[in-house]
Write a protein that binds this ligand. Structure first.
Ligand code: SF4
Length: 134
């Protein structure tokens, strides 16, 4: 795979996580996910809205990262095709075929299929605001 430590491209694209996985992740990291009904619209993914768990270019919850993060691999020789493209443009990156994993996860999740972006389940804390100057 072209994937290497320090590359965080996939942490800037949508990260779809089911409700059951969000709860399991929340238990593992000690932080409850925001209930589905209370979700704000998903942040537009892109380099302006990285995953809230990305810290200094690395995953801060690597051992507990969602299944989609574990299985999203670029199977090319290099990461040349890993780049954000304008909406509507597609480049055929040779990703790992995860259809079987997806089918199994649907079976495990059962009826609890409410899925959302990781940014909605675990929004980034609001940036601290500076007190007004006097
Ligand atoms: S959970 Fe970790 S690996 Fe997955 S998108 Fe976020 S920072 Fe990247």
């Amino acid at each position: 795979a072209a994937c290497r430590a320090g590359c965080s491209h996939c942490c800037h694209i949508p990260v779809k996580v089911s409700a059951v996985e969000a709860r399991a992740l929340g238990r593992a990291i000690g932080r409850a996910p925001v209930p589905l009904a209370d979700h704000e619209p998903a942040a537009i993914a892109g380099y302006a809205s990285p995953c809230p768990f990305l810290s200094d270019g690395r995953c801060s919850i690597y051992a507990q990262r969602p299944a989609v993060c574990r299985s999203h691999l670029n199977m090319d020789e290099d990461a040349l095709l890993c780049q954000l493209l304008p909406s509507g443009h597609q480049v055929p990156v040779p990703y790992l075929d995860t259809r079987a994993l997806l089918a199994v996860s649907v079976l495990i999740a059962g009826e609890d299929l409410g899925a959302a972006d990781l940014r909605q389940w675990f929004p980034a804390p609001a940036a601290p605001t500076r007190p007004p100057r006097e």
